[in-house]
Design a protein around this ligand. Structure first.
Ligand code: E4P
Length: 223
């Protein structure tokens, strides 16, 4: 499973890249709004930091398919060809996906709440389909089962589209999809930090340090 950062805070992205095996960044209009900065300014900084070969996912906001295509062209011009154009999986979005995929543009179908949306997005040429685990749970449905079903639909129909699971609130959700073999997950910084937090591990490492310092002296290591 590829881990992608779901955020637009450049400092947070830099910090996570230093410590975690992450590959790429996704944003959406709400995430960009939180930065309170001009979108292309912050996206340009993210692109510069992650490099031209890394995956950056950026969402269109236009209402009609033709305008989504124009937006996508501008994004690719400014942010480079490894930019995945996130297109909401609506009726207009499907049309935009067909138009963009026919031009070879890489697409991440987003705002996916149902397996049928994902199937249609895959057929329309999307590289990724992003189902929203936590938001689906909040509707009283089962986010994890929805993602698994989408994965199975892609496999059973010979579709090359990858699942990019999104909208996580905890480590357990990520782990369950990781165990199922889901291709990618986009995860907010606080949830990524939670993947390695464990009081038992902290206590075990603390005890090792205490014992060693008891033997060799405070601050001593094997250096
Ligand atoms: C990704 O494509 C989505 O924009 C994002 O993961 C949604 O996450 P949220 O439900 O935490 O806002």
């Amino acid at each position: 499973m590829k881990f992608i950062i779901d955020d637009a805070n450049v400092e947070a992205i830099k910090n996570l890249y230093e410590y975690f095996p992450v590959e790429g960044v996704t944003t959406n209009p709400s995430i960009l709004a939180k930065s309170k900065r001009p979108p292309y300014e912050v996206l340009g900084e993210i692109r510069e930091f992650i490099g031209k070969d890394a995956d950056l996912h950026v969402q269109v906001v236009s209402k009609c398919a033709e305008d989504m295509v124009t937006e996508a062209e501008e994004m690719l011009k400014r942010l480079g060809e490894n930019t995945y154009i996130k297109v909401p999986t609506t009726r207009e979005g499907l049309k935009a996906m067909k138009l963009l995929s026919s031009k070879g543009v890489k697409i991440t179908a987003t705002a996916i709440y149902t397996p049928m949306q994902a199937f249609l997005a895959a057929k329309a040429g999307s590289s990724y389909a992003a189902p929203y685990v936590n938001r689906i749970d909040n509707l009283g449905a089962d986010g994890i089962e929805t993602v698994k079903k989408i994965h199975d639909i892609f496999q059973n129909n010979g579709l090359k589209t990858e699942v990019l699971a999104a909208s996580f609130k905890n480590s357990q959700q990520v782990l369950e999809l990781c165990a199922y073999g889901i291709g990618a997950a986009t995860i907010a910084p606080d949830v990524i930090e939670g993947l390695i937090k464990n009081d038992a591990v902290t206590a075990a490492v603390g005890a090792f340090t205490k014992d060693f310092e008891g033997l060799c002296g405070e601050g001593k290591t094997m250096k």
